[in-house]
Every structure is written in structure tokens, then in C-alpha cells.
Design a protein around this ligand. Sequence first.
Ligand SMILES: O=C(O)CCC(=O)C(=O)O
Length: 264
Amino acid sequence: MNLNEMAAFYREHGYLLAEGLLTPAEVEAMREEADATIERMSRHQQEANNLWKGNWLKDEERAQQRLNAVHDMQFQAAIFGKLLFNDKLLDIAEALIGPNVQLHHTKMLAKPPEKGGAFPMHQDYPYFPHQNHTMFAVSIYLDDADEENGCIRVMPGSHKLGPLECDPGGFYLPPEKYPIEEGLPVKAKAGDGVIFNYLTIHGSSPNRSGRPRRNILIQMRDPSDPPTRDIHASRGQGLMLRGINPVPVPAAWAAERKAAAGVS
Ligand SMILES: O=C(O)CCC(=O)C(=O)O
């Protein structure tokens, strides 16, 4: 698919498989840094186990699952900062949302073999609602991902439903109405990215295989698309990845800088 075809597919289906964003050497280097990050977190007693809260999972299942989730990966290792400026990815981002592409946040999700945690079906929208719905995620796989190790599942076209009512405690959709198994598994190779709009219903099954499933997820938006509720702050948010920021950077930032430097 060329970039125009990719954009047309994304507009129609709300998701897109972007193949070959990373070279095998980049994948290998990122695997090492991903594992080293988890190891550092545990050495410093920072809990990385972050299964989705709520009643969608029975207590006994919850006790058997584990999900290593670490936010703001560009602050963990330079290789993840460099990833934000991957040209193949940004060419696609530009085709999807226009010439200006801004970072919202990043995270790593690592499902360990045999017990890697599931994600209930949900939209990302309630976590960071925006006016024009330009927000999308790219989940870049560091391992081949399939049904057995819990690849992402999407409901194609569901972005057209708009924001849906969800559980106020956990922001997930009712599991009886939206079972994880009914999502379309988007199989991908290590180094591929699965792109999906923040309105697209998605989730994933547990990793029951003997292989890990690690990915780096980046959320991006058009900087002209304002949040309707300011409820998701993260480090590095607002960094321009491509193009320009047509929205004035808050004057308060300059005041903060001056105050920190002790000048007026
Ligand atoms: O990577 C996955 O399996 C799901 C991630 C996800 O749904 C999310 O971060 O919102």
C-alpha cells in the first residue's frame, strides 16, 4: 500500500498495519533496552506490574496474570527518544493527520510468557478526549505477535461509532457485549507497527505462549486538536515530531523558566 492507500484504509477501518518500521538490528537493541528498563525498575522497587483495574477480570485470573507497563520510555533510554523521530512512521502519521504531528505520550507494554496480562476491549478516548479525534496510537512490536502471545485485537470500523459509554471506574466497555475474543487479531512481525485511532475499540488476550510479547506504544495528535478535558499529563507531552506547532506555546512556560532561573 502507498501512503494514500494507507490513509484511506485507516479512515475506513480505524486501524492499519504498518510493516517494517524497524530494522532487525533496531528491534534487537530495543528488546535489550526494554528488558533492562524493567530490570532497573524492579531494582529500584518501582512496581511495573500494571494490569488493567476493574471487575472485568476475576480475582483468581488477575493473580495469574502480569503486565509490565512503563510510561515515558524516552526518559528511560535514548533509543526510545530516537524512535519518536522514525521517518517511516512519521511519513505515515503525516498521511493520516496532516503535516504537524505532536507527541502525546509513550509507554512500553511487556506481556511475559505464559502469564502475560490481557486488556479488556476499550476506546482510549476517555483517557484523553480531544475535539477533532486526531489522536492515534502506534504499537510497535519488538516480538512477532499473534493470537497465542496476545497480539492486539481491534473492531474494524468502530471508530465511526464515536465515544461510547464505558465503565466509569476502568474506562472499559462491558465485557459481555464486547468480548475480547470477538476483536480481529492483528498479527504483526517484530518491527511492524499497528496503528489505531483512539476511538477504535481494541483490547488483547493474555499471552499463553512460551514467548514474550513486548511493544512500544506512542500516542500522537495534530497539535491544533485541543483536549476537551485536561486529564492526561505526561512527561514530554507536546514535543513536535514533525512540522510546526501553530498553537502558541503557553506563556506560563516562559514565566516558569524565568522563575527557576531567578530572573524577572
Ligand atoms: O497492547 C495491547 O495489547 C493493548 C494496549 C492497549 O489497549 C492500550 O494501551 O490502550
